[in-house]
Structures are given as C-alpha cells and as structure tokens.
Design a protein around this ligand. Structure first.
Ligand SMILES: Cc1cn([C@H]2C[C@H](O)[C@@H](COP(=O)(O)OP(=O)(O)OP(=O)(O)O)O2)c(=O)[nH]c1=O
Length: 200
C-alpha cells in the first residue's frame, strides 16, 4: 500500500486543502496533448448535479489513464470538480471579465448552490462523494462588481468568485461545507481516503 496519493488537479486550493488532512500527495497533471478543458462541456438539459459528477468521473478516467501511460506506481488517484448552480443554471469558470461581471450580477441578492464532486480511484475500486452547499450573496452594486472583477480574483473560479478571497465580504450566509465551496470538501474527502485505507 503506497503512503501517498496522486492529486489530479491543477488547483492550488485543492493541494492546500489535501495537505490539511495530512495525506502525502504528488500532482498528476494533464499533459499539453490532453485537452482538459474540453471535458467541461454541459450536455443539453443536464442538471448541475449530473454535470459535476459526470465531469469528475471523466477527469478521473483521464488521470488514471495518464498514470498508467506514464508507468507510475499504482497509488490511489483523487480528483474533484466544483460548479456553481443558480437553480438549474450552471455557472462555470468565467471566460473573461465581462462574463465574470455577468455571473456576479446573477448571484447578487440571491442564494445559489456550490456543488463539489470528489472521486478516488483505488485499484479497481472507485469511491465518489458529492458536497452541496448553499451560499447567500448580499445585493452588490455594479461598482463593487466592477472593482472585484478588476482584481482578477474571479478568473479560474466557478461562479466567478472565491469565498477564501475578497468575495467573503459579499457572503451573508453559508450552509454546507466551506472547504467544499473552495474546491475540496474535507469531510467527504477524508471519508474516501479512509475507505482506501488511509488514516486521516
Ligand atoms: C466557488 C469557488 C470556487 N473556487 C474554485 C475551485 C476550483 O479550483 C474552481 C472550479 O474549477 P474546477 O474545474 O472545479 O477546477 P480547476 O480547473 O481549478 O482545477 P482541476 O480541474 O485541475 O482540479 O473554482 C474557489 O477557489 N473558491 C470558491 O469560492
């Protein structure tokens, strides 16, 4: 049994959160020939829950294939995907600053869900979990949205905000998992790791 896992994620938040659990990890990143972004395409009529779970499974398939292709040791592979859902509308990562402003205006003054799916491949077994949180945004002015967008923080974040960053000032209430909103739910991830034999 290896004493580490592969984390198939380019997200520094996920690496940081995994470190918090005290589990050693190595990054298993997509090579330039793999088109990781193309996995994140929403199917017609797909619900946010179905979408985030499907994308996570695809990410894990690709990562496990990558581990085999590179001839790496047979350690467990972990990956996750986070999406923001306003009702059935999926808000992924903004394409640019304008798109970020559009998303933030949608979130302003309402409650949305943040869904993070996690999956762990261990030998032939796959363990999966889903974390669902509710986040209530205060009504925020156009000026605040413009200032926040200009900071650059929304780029690369689902729903165009980071709870761990300056957007914390917009959030009136959350129910669920703070770490799940950041991208890796600690409770669910620890459970998956335990089922793969790690002591967390
Ligand atoms: C809502 C929210 C999202 N996010 C981030 C977490 C994820 O990194 C990102 C959603 O994008 P993802 O596609 O889940 O992940 P990623 O592309 O950053 O990394 P990888 O696929 O390689 O694992 O949004 C925050 O950091 N804070 C928040 O409050």
């Amino acid at each position: 049994m290896p004493d580490f896992i592969y984390l198939a994620s380019q997200s520094p938040r996920r690496a940081q959160l995994l470190g918090q659990l005290g589990v050693r990890h190595e990054l298993l990143l997509a090579t330039p020939d793999e088109d990781a972004e193309s996995l994140e395409v929403v199917l017609p009529n797909e619900s946010p829950t179905a979408y985030v779970q499907r994308v996570t499974a695809l990410k894990l398939d690709a990562a496990v294939a990558r581990r085999k292709r590179l001839g790496l040791v047979d350690a467990p592979v972990l990956c996750a995907d986070t999406t923001v859902a306003l009702g059935r509308t999926i808000l992924g990562k903004p394409e640019d600053a304008r798109d970020a402003e559009r998303m933030l205006a949608l979130l302003s003054g309402s409650t949305h869900r943040v869904l993070t799916a996690v999956a762990l491949q261990h030998g032939r077994r796959r363990h999966t979990a889903l974390s669902v949180s509710r986040v209530r945004f205060a009504a925020i002015t156009k000026k605040l949205i413009a200032g926040y967008t200009a900071s650059g923080e929304p780029l690369g974040k689902a729903g165009a905000y980071a709870i761990q960053g300056a957007a914390a000032a917009f959030i009136e209430h959350i129910s669920g998992s703070y770490s799940g909103i950041m991208g890796l739910p600690m409770f669910e991830t620890a459970q998956l790791l335990r089922s793969a034999g790690f002591k967390t």
